[in-house]
Design a protein around this ligand. Structure first.
Ligand code: NAD
Length: 475
């Protein structure tokens, strides 16, 4: 099976040749049985498992990702995604019979789930293995061939990913094309049958525009600002700990990281104290030497986050925790901001770093107005012990997904659709939802014996006109 890994940023003719091979293979791939698709997924996981240590080393090199978190948030996620496919695939692939109406008398109709063809998967850097392989598992389950374009910012991991794929698949089934914007642009000019893009809303728009050239369907897994709304609760400790963990895991570089928090004004001090305590408990001592605290992926991103903090402070925000960021070392320490000016950039742009602005409210209406005046978030979090409060939040504020009394964990489920709305995305991944994105639902109709339709063809004699009139009245 092993084939050679493509050079980084390959020439356009290499990209086109790779695409043609995948296109030629697509009809055979579509015809694979559930068993054959599962065999490929097993081969993929076997290669991932073999390269577990290399993946850990690569992610440490890319952005000092702790080895334990590579196991938990990358490898385990793919293992569980493959398991979900193995459990459900036969059922998902089965053609579904559907009833007919009067016009279809004498017929049978069914819906055949079929692979769309050649898929393009473009991924970001923040989970450099998970966000490449989770869509790939869905594409293979659906019977597509695929090109993967991993992020150039996590190049060490992208190389291991390319080697894993070259050992698990033949070169006309799955290809990894490494490179930056130019490579991505070349790929986007090709007539793919589906594009599964994970990344920023700004690039998502470029992808959608490119897809219109051919045209093909898109899944856009984008980002944005995911708010947390904390109710007035007896103790703030549990909420504070979960929010602190979700904000600092991956150094805040999570598409569904809690971006900012709203707490009742009279509980602010309680909450801020509890979040600070939780952050210091999880990451004690000098943050620079803490092996559990991840780095920002690149100096320019660390600088971007530091500027957000500086701008907020210059506009009067108080830094309750933080300071001492070193852009060159890609280090932004855990940061808590209070008293933030609503016009500060930190409340406008997706933070994507370990910085938590805490805002206050006196009445829920203020929260509703603030969040709904901004683009629809990818996730919405509510911490409350009161069901009516939770219902109010869910019914009055839209979001891609939501968690009650926890943050981020909903993403790990293979049974929930995961995706955004508007600026936070189009379509959903995970489990059967991912399979469906790469699948065309083909409606098939078979005439077994002739029904009324055959009687109603021209010429329209008087009795036919009468019959049509009766049918219309009777139906
Ligand atoms: P990005 O949009 O900058 O890059 C994503 C991919 O697109 C990369 O592979 C990159 O090479 C490519 N790309 C960049 N510019 C391009 C262009 N002009 N034309 C064509 N391709 C281009 O995103 P990022 O910085 O890698 O990731 C962070 C963003 O991704 C955040 O907004 C985050 O919220 C989002 N994200 C979303 C999810 C999700 O599942 N919804 C998951 C992770 C990250």
């Amino acid at each position: 099976m092993t084939h050679s890994v493509l050079p980084i940023a390959p020439e356009v003719d290499v990209i086109e040749k790779t695409f043609s091979a995948l296109q030629a293979r697509a009809p055979k791939q579509r015809a694979l049985t559930a068993k054959e698709r599962v065999q490929r997924l097993d081969a993929l996981y076997a290669e991932i498992w073999k390269r577990r240590d290399d993946l850990k080393q690569a992610m440490w090199k890319d952005f000092r990702k702790p080895a334990e978190e590579v196991d938990l948030t990358e490898i385990f996620v793919i293992k569980s995604e493959i398991k979900a496919v193995k459990r459900g695939l036969r059922k998902w692939m089965r053609p579904k019979r559907v009833p007919g109406g009067l016009a279809q008398v004498g017929s049978a109709s069914w819906v055949r789930p079929e692979a769309k063809g050649v898929a393009l998967i473009i991924s970001p850097w923040n989970y450099p293995m998970q966000l490449v392989f989770r869509p790939l598992v869905a594409a293979i389950a659906a019977g597509c061939t695929a090109v993967i374009k991993p992020s150039e910012l996590t190049g060490a991991t992208a190389q291991v990913v390319a080697e894993i794929v070259s050992n698990a698949f033949s070169e006309d089934e799955v290809a990894v094309v490494q490179g930056g914007v130019e490579t991505s642009t070349h790929l986007l000019n090709l007539p793919f049958n589906h594009i599964y893009f994970t990344g920023s809303p700004a690039v998502g728009k470029i992808v959608m525009k490119a897809a219109a050239q051919h045209p093909c369907s898109v899944t856009l897994e984008l980002g944005g600002k995911s708010p947390v709304i904390v109710d007035d609760m007896k103790s703030m400790k549990d909420a504070a700990k979960k929010i602190a963990w979700a904000k600092l895991s991956n150094a805040g570089q999570i598409c569904v990281a809690p971006d900012y928090v709203f707490v009742p004004t009279h509980r602010k001090d309680d909450f801020v104290g509890a979040v600070k305590e939780a952050m210091l408990e999880m990451y004690p001592g000098e943050i620079d030497g803490n092996k559990d605290f991840q780095r920002i992926v690149a100096p320019h991103h660390a600088e971007r986050i530091s500027k957000l903090v500086d701008d907020a402070v210059a506009r009067g925000a108080k830094m309750v925790l933080g300071g001492g960021a070193e852009a060159d070392a890609c280090l932004v320490p855990p940061t808590i901001l209070t008293g933030v000016d609503p016009n500060a950039a930190v409340l406008e742009e997706e933070i994507f770093g370990p910085v938590l602005p805490i805002l206050t409210y006196d009445a829920f209406g203020e929260v509703e107005q603030f969040v709904n005046a901004r683009p629809t978030p990818l996730a919405l979090y509510v911490f409350s012990k009161r069901k009516p409060f939770v219902s109010k939040v869910l019914s009055e504020i839209q979001s891609g997904g939501a968690s009650i009394n926890n943050c981020v964990i909903h993403v790990s489920s293979n049974h929930l659709p995961f995706g955004g709305l508007g600026n936070s995305g189009i379509g959903s991944g995970h489990g059967e939802y991912g399979f469906t994105e790469f699948t065309h639902l083909r409606g098939v109709y078979e005439q077994r014996f002739d029904g009324a339709g055959a009687l109603l063809m021209p010429p329209y004699s008087a009795w036919k006109t009468k019959l049509i009139d009766r049918l219309l009245r009777w139906l």
